[in-house]
Design a protein around this ligand. Structure first.
Ligand SMILES: [Fe+2]
Length: 182
């Protein structure tokens, strides 16, 4: 899907606006994927800490869905057309589908640690680039990253020992992280 802009916000060049829209669309794909993944985990966790983790995740789902809405509306504000279809997301994402079904809370939190880490890394790359392109969108990315990093800490606090070591340290895949945490 091409995203030729017919107009954009005052004071921004068309080429800058096109790049900002691309960065926004990338985060729209990531947040749509993330809120669906968080619900999937909410439904599939089992074990003694079920209710704590099950209930911890719903406010994260709601917040991340709100981020997707903000990102999409920023695309429209810049004169672009946000794409929120599952097909686009699957075609363009550079990460793998979340790979764990029914599993213990620790296993899912271990895998979710890696999911959040990937999402945050991409937000930070976007922030770096947006510093030159558009401080308004940069501000949105910064505010969303602040919340997502907080949620990442909620997850990591379950994976940490008394000395502050993470059980998932060094894991390079969700399954590896899940088995290290479990
Ligand atoms: Fe529910």
């Amino acid at each position: 899907m091409t995203n030729k802009l017919r107009y954009t916000v005052p004071g921004m060049s068309e080429s800058d606006a096109e790049r900002v829209v691309e960065l926004l669309q990338g985060r729209l794909d990531a947040t749509n994927d993330l809120h669906l993944t968080l619900k999937h985990i909410h439904w599939n966790v089992v074990g003694p800490h079920f209710i704590a983790v099950h209930e911890m995740l719903d406010p994260q789902v709601d917040a991340v869905r709100g981020f997707a809405d903000e990102l999409a509306e920023r695309i429209a504000t810049l004169g672009g057309s946000p794409c929120g279809t599952p097909g686009r997301l699957v075609e363009h994402r550079h990460w793998e589908e979340y790979s764990i079904g029914r599993a213990t809370t620790q296993e899912h939190l271990g895998a979710l640690d890696l999911v959040y880490a990937g999402v945050i890394e991409d937000y930070r790359k976007g922030i770096e680039e947006l510093g030159e392109l558009d401080p308004i969108t940069e501000d949105m990315f910064i505010a969303q990253t602040n919340q997502i990093e907080l949620f990442h800490w909620f997850v990591r606090a379950h994976l940490e020992d008394k000395s502050g070591n993470l059980s998932t340290a060094g894991a390079t895949s969700e399954t590896e992280a899940a088995s290290a945490a479990g």
